[in-house]
Write a protein that binds this ligand. Structure first.
Ligand SMILES: [Fe+2]
Ligand SMILES: [Fe+2]
Length: 149
């Protein structure tokens, strides 16, 4: 029995669109978990399809989130984007391996679920806190980044 992550209000980043996308990503991840023990006819194709949906949706979400962070002048945007790229690259390696006949469903699920939970609970919460505290205007007003003194 694999552990699933579900969305709860503590994971809210304070933006309805992004919260909706995070919820959907966790739902898709849960669907991947449901496919792990499915060994019936067509199960490999079903597994690939859902994993493909996760990749597509993650890409879409990352674009929305990065645009939002850019609008708010988030100072850790470059690092945040690099984390997003990290998952997309891991997923594409999984697809490549699967294409060569190496299909490690549990390994793929572990990569996905661990990445999503760590990223949402740590990195996405970091930008939530930054924006909640007033974002770049508050940082400027408090003198952070001011080299004139
Ligand atoms: Fe993110
Ligand atoms: Fe996110």
């Amino acid at each position: 029995m694999v552990q699933k992550i579900s969305w709860n209000s503590e994971l809210s980043v304070g933006n309805a669109t992004l919260d909706k996308q995070h919820r959907k990503l966790l739902e898709l991840c849960s669907q991947v978990a449901d496919c792990l023990e499915d060994t019936g006819p067509g199960s490999s194709e079903r597994f690939h399809m859902i994993l493909n949906d996760v990749g597509d949706y993650a890409f879409q979400h990352f674009q929305t989130e990065e645009a939002y962070l850019s609008q708010h002048g988030y100072p850790l945007l470059v690092e945040h984007k690099a984390e997003h790229m990290g998952l997309l690259s891991q997923l594409s390696q999984c697809f490549f391996a699967a294409g060569r006949g190496v299909l490690d469903r549990h390994g793929m699920y572990r990569i996905l679920s661990e990445w999503l939970s760590r990223h949402m609970m740590e990195s996405d919460m970091q930008y939530r806190d930054f924006i909640r505290s007033g974002g770049v205007e508050a940082a400027t007003a408090s003198g952070k980044g001011d080299c004139s003194s």
